[in-house]
Design a protein. Sequence first.
Length: 62
Amino acid sequence: MQQTIASAETVAANLKSFALETQDQQAKQMFGQLAQTMDNTVTTLQSRLNYIQQQEPQYRKQ
């Protein structure tokens, strides 16, 4: 789960980078929206991980 969150954070960062690098306004907007979606996904995954760690002792941080 932590690896998935890290991957999603990487995707979000890449999309933000693409948005900054392109001159095409339509592409810039699309990359920005996709980055926001990925940020929301990261938040959801992090919340789920926190819940799992609270409910399942074997997944708690050592």
